[in-house]
Ligand binder design. Structure first.
Ligand code: FE
Length: 187
């Protein structure tokens, strides 16, 4: 049974990385597919950017997170899991607003940088501030990927790939369950 789970996991991950070229093509030829943004989000002030090396300490014990998160959120945020594509509630969200860390509320992404990747996961070409995320090399499952976590609570968000649209050419492929969405009218 464990072997079957491992195999399905591998197939799932292979299908994720296999979308690379498709995403790159979609991104380069279909810029009109960007998320619909009608508000200028730059007018809103967020917490001051964390200074590198001075990330706010946060409780990272399992007991704390078991109480804070549901089972799927715990699996993704604290055990580096991945939600199945097209199952989250934010991959197709086109509203204007801010995406905050489900674990600690740090604002991580803006709808200004969200784009349609075709992967079934929320995709952004850059974070709100580079110091709000942490990047680490992830060599699991025989692949070299760059993992993205919340810089404050360490919650796993997803991975970043070099096949996104301009201006950065990056695709932050993020789990819906790692994020909360705050619409612009509530900011
Ligand atoms: Fe966080």
């Amino acid at each position: 049974m464990k072997f079957i789970s491992f195999l399905s996991c591998l197939l799932f991950l292979a299908s994720c990385s296999g979308q690379t070229n498709k995403v790159a093509n979609a991104a380069s030829t279909d810029t009109n597919e960007r998320a619909t943004v009608t508000a200028d989000l730059t007018q809103y002030k967020y917490d001051p950017p964390a200074v590198e090396g001075e990330v706010i300490p946060f409780d990272t014990t399992s007991a704390y997170w078991k109480a804070e998160l549901n089972d799927q959120e715990f699996n993704v945020l604290r055990e580096d899991g991945t939600e199945r594509s097209f199952t989250g509630d934010l991959w197709d969200n086109k509203r204007a607003g801010i995406y905050t860390c489900r674990g600690c509320g740090l604002p991580l992404y803006s709808s200004d940088t969200k784009f349609k990747s075709g992967t079934g996961w929320p995709s952004f070409y850059e974070p709100i501030h580079p110091n709000y995320i942490k990047e680490d090399v992830d060599n699991r499952y025989g692949m070299r990927r760059v993992e993205v976590s919340c810089a404050r609570c360490g919650g796993h968000q997803g991975h970043v790939f070099p096949d996104g649209p301009e201006p950065t050419g990056l695709r932050h492929c993020i789990n819906s369950v790692s994020l909360d969405f705050v619409p612009v009218e509530d900011l």
